[in-house]
Design a protein around this ligand. Structure first.
Ligand code: NAD
Length: 491
């Protein structure tokens, strides 16, 4: 059991791309867990749809294997697995064939009263085709919900095209753009911390905060995604969506209520206040890197993507500024990269030092208070404060983390739900709060595009960094120029 369970209304969920990696690794395990927790009503059905030529029995077998692989053995009670597998069906449809949609219509029309969720777990090139296909056969109904995932465009122009292709069929109120970072418990806790406590909000501004660091470090390389990754790079794959979304939640003004559009309006204002980075400012405020070992057989980005001339970055650090009253002068340092020394995602809010030290010369310096919001490996919040080191013999201070881990205080069987569990159930409920609106996606690209343009115009190559390291030296130097240091990358 992961939380208080409020069952949702009966639904039919169609996974376009039902045999793919996203479906097998994330969506089916998440749906299984919600079902095992009793949130999915008996009548709900799940349909895998893909161009793989197979029947429902073969799909069920694949789904069973996916559960074995991606769900902990102790969660897989035989009863829960059987109940879940019974919900599954499969249709072999190539969505580019306009004559092939009849079976989907028949399947969905068996339960006209159900909420319909169309989850597009296929490449974005098919989003428009599927939206149009659904409209052509009368399935783009008012009750229907369309779910799409990154990459939502390659630049501003393609993002606008994608939004237009979707909005020509579906109303914005029916479109759910997933950024799974927003489904993380800690990210929502950031909002609880800010807006359900009187303690932090008075400190949440340029008067008290020195700077913010947002890090998404990966220890793995590009793996089997090399082909795609080399056309995107760290800025498109991570910054445009995940890191900027975290920045928005951290920096936004309190929404007038916790409602999808109120919240998204505030995020949009942050995006619009991001100081544009163009031309030479890009070169001084960003650092790009590529992992590259020294020995001939060492791991290298260029080898992993099979492109010896690639100028795509596997690491990026950006110093961003938000030009508004609250954040004037406070830098937001964003960094993300592959093949770094540990797998870690965190937001660190670094407060200013006390105005005056009453303690005179101390052996240990007074460290600034830091609030860390950790997304992985262990989701949780910590507030670092200075305390007196206990014991006689002089007055020493030490930096102590006040741990606010969420799992504590819960019963033994509690587990942290996966982001997809919450997000899919939110789609069924019709709650868009944790999903991106089209104008947010476009505003993010509007800020990102000139950065990429400036790199391309400079002709500069990303700086090499050692696999398993903290990233390029130039990123450390960028911080040092501001008299600051990156936080350690550690699991
Ligand atoms: P995948 O290649 O593993 O699966 C693609 C699926 O689409 C397959 O089921 C395939 O049969 C189906 N498909 C392709 N063309 C089709 C057609 N014409 N008609 C019907 N079905 C068709 O890809 P994936 O890794 O599952 O990713 C799917 C999408 O989700 C991509 O856009 C990807 O960028 C995005 N995404 C994936 C992940 C992930 O963890 N895998 C995470 C975030 C976003």
């Amino acid at each position: 059991m992961s939380s208080t369970v409020i069952p949702v209304d009966p639904f039919d969920l169609v996974i376009f791309g039902g045999t793919g990696d996203l479906a097998m690794r994330k969506l089916l395990p998440a749906l299984f867990r919600r079902d095992a927790d009793g949130q999915i009503p008996a009548a709900a059905r799940i349909l895998g749809l893909a161009r793989t030529d197979q029947d429902t029995e073969a799909f069920k077998l694949e789904a069973r294997e996916a559960l074995q692989q991606h769900v902990a053995a102790e969660e897989l009670s035989a009863e829960a697995v059987e109940r879940f597998i019974k919900r599954l069906s499969y249709l072999h449809i190539d969505v580019t064939d306009s004559s092939a949609w009849g079976d989907l219509v028949s399947y969905l029309n068996e339960r006209p009263e159900h909420i319909r969720v169309y989850y597009l777990a296929v490449g974005p090139a098919l989003f428009g085709t599927i939206a149009q296909g659904l409209a052509n056969v009368g399935l783009a109904t008012v009750k229907a919900r369309l779910v799409v995932e990154k990459p939502l465009g390659h630049d501003l122009e393609s993002a606008i095209e994608l939004n237009q292709a979707i909005s020509s069929v579906f109303n914005e109120k029916s479109v759910y753009r997933i950024d799974h970072y927003l489904g993380k418990e800690t990210v929502q806790n950031l909002m609880a911390l800010r807006f359900a406590n009187a303690l932090f909000e008075p400190l949440w501004n340029a008067n008290r905060i020195d700077h913010v660091q947002i890090t998404a470090a990966e220890s793995l390389g590009v793996g089997s995604r090399g082909g795609y990754y080399d056309t995107a790079g760290a800025i498109r794959d991570m910054v445009q969506n995940h890191l900027i979304q975290l920045l928005c939640l951290l920096a936004m003004e309190p929404p007038y209520k916790f409602d999808a559009d109120a919240l998204r309006d505030e995020k949009l204002k942050v995006l619009r206040s991001l100081r544009p980075l163009t031309g030479r400012a890009v070169l001084s405020s960003t650092v790009r890197g590529q992992y590259m070992g020294h020995e001939a057989d060492a791991e290298s980005y260029l080898k992993d993507v099979g492109n010896p001339d690639s100028r795509t970055e596997s690491y990026i650090a950006i110093k961003a500024k938000i030009d508004n009253w609250r954040w004037s002068g406070v830098p937001f340092y964003l960094r993300t990269g592959k093949k770094l020394r540990a797998q870690m995602t965190e937001i660190a809010v670094v407060f200013k030092e006390p105005a005056h030290s009453v303690f005179g010369d101390l052996e240990t310096p007074i460290m600034p208070n830091v609030l860390t919001i950790r997304l992985q490996p262990d989701e949780g919040l910590q507030l670092h404060i200075m305390t007196k080191d206990p014991g006689p013999g002089g007055f020493r201070l030490r930096d102590i983390p006040l741990d606010m881990s969420f799992a504590e205080g819960r019963e033994g069987s509690w587990r942290m739900p996966d982001a997809y569990e919450r997000l899919i159930m939110d789609v069924v409920r019709g709650n868009q709060t944790l999903f991106m609106r089209g104008d947010e996606v476009e505003a993010a690209w509007r800020w990102i595009d000139p950065i990429i343009d400036a790199w391309e115009a400079s002709g500069l190559k990303p700086e090499a960094y050692d696999p398993g390291s903290r990233g390029p030296i130039a990123a450390v130097e960028m911080m040092a120029r501001d008299g600051r240091r990156w936080r350690e990358i550690e699991a």
